[in-house]
Write a protein that binds this ligand. Sequence first.
Ligand code: PMT
Length: 398
Amino acid sequence: MLANKTIVLGVTGGIAAYKAADLASKLTQAGAKVRVIMTKSALEFITPLTFEGITGNAVITDMFQTTAEHRINHVALSEVADAIVIAPATANIIAKIACGIADDMLTCTVLVTKAPIIVSPAMHANMYENSITQENIAKLKIRGFTIIEPEVGRLASGGYGVGRLPDTEVIIGTIQQVFGKNGDLKGKRIVVTAGGTREALDPVRYISNHSSGKMGYAVAEAARDRGAKVTLITTPTALAIPTGVETIKVQSAKQMRDTVVKATAKADALIMAAAVADYRPKTTAKQKIKKGAGDLTLELVKTPDIISEVKGKFLKIGFAAETQDLVANAKKKLTNKALDMIVANDVTSEGSGFGADTSKVTLINKGGKQEDLPLMTKREVADKILDRVGKLLGEKGK
Ligand code: PMT
C-alpha cells in the first residue's frame, strides 16, 4: 500500500519534530519514497542530516537553494507527491496554509499540489484550543485536508492537555486510509470480528482460547486500506486499535452476537475471524468461587452460533480453526452455517494459527471452489480473502 508512493513529509518547528524522524523511518521501511521539507523553525529542533540518513534523499530547507536539484524540486515535489503529510504541524503553519500564504518551500508546495494533504497538529493545549487555531483547522477541513486529532497527555511545557502528536502508527494508518479511499472496496460496509470470547465463571475468571486477534485486525486494516467502511468487533487483545476503523469492544459470545446483529444491519459483508466459545458456564457466580475440599465440576451450556444466527443479505465469511481433517471439517461448517466462503486454517501447522503473524489457509467458496494458499503473513491472507469478497460482491451486483 505504501510501497513506491512518494510522500512529502513537512516538518515544522515544534518539540515533536523529533518524532517525525520515526515517521520518516517507518514510511521508508514500508517502501515509500520520503521527501522531507523542513521549515526554518524545524531546523532549531532537529537537523536535516537525520532525515537524509533515514530517507536517503536530500532534505529541502530553503526555497532559494541554488543547486539544480532544489530549483527543480520547488515545483516538482508538489507534482510527484502521492500525499503531503505535515507532522508535526504548528499553529503557525496551519494559520499560514489557511490564509494561502506561500513564503517558504513547504507552504509553496502545499499551495501548488493536487495531492491529498494530511495535517497532524501538535502544540500547547491553549494554542490548539484557541478559537483562531480552531477556525483555521476548520477552514482546512472544508478544503479537503485530512486533520489528525492531537492526543491528550503530558505536554512539553509540563502541563497536561490536548496537543500531543499521535503515535507514528496512527499517522501511518491515516495515510493508508487516505490512499485507500478509492480502493476496490470503496464505500462497502464490512463487519469484522476478532479475538477470543471470554465466558465468565465468576467476577475474576473466564473460559477463553488463545486467539490474539491478529487475523481479524489484519482483515479490518486491509479492508480499510481498500476503501471499505469497517466495523471491528473485538474482544480484549494486546493490539492497537486500528486508525480509521470503528471499533467496538465486547467480551462474551452473547455480547458479540448482539453487537454483530446491530452492526450488520447495513453491512455488505460479515467476516468472522473471532474464535467464539461454543460453550459458556451455565451460571456466573456473583462472588469469586472459593477453593473447596474436593474437585469442582462446571456445567456448560451452548453459546449462540453467531454467524449461523445472524440474518441479512450480506456475505457471510467464516473461519474454521481445525486440528484434523481440515478441508472436510471446513466444508461441513460452510454448509451447516450457510456461509458464502470459509477460510480453513490448520492451527497445528508450523507458523500458523493462534497468535502467529503468519497463517496457511485454504479458501473454500460456497460453490466448492477451493484454493490452497502457501504460508503468508496474516495481512497477505486478509488481502486474499478480500480479493474474493470484492469478486463475490461484484457477482451479487453490490
Ligand atoms: O486471532 P489469531 O491469534 O490471529 O488467530 C486467528 C484464528 C486462528 C483465531 C482465526 O484464523 C480463526 O480460525 N478463527 C475462527 C476460530 C473458530 O472459532 O473457528 P470455529 O471452527 O470454531 O468456528 C467456525 C466459524 O463460526 C468462525 O467463523 C467463528 O467465528 C464462527 N462461530 C463459532 C462459534 C460460535 N458460537 N459462533 C460463531 O459465529
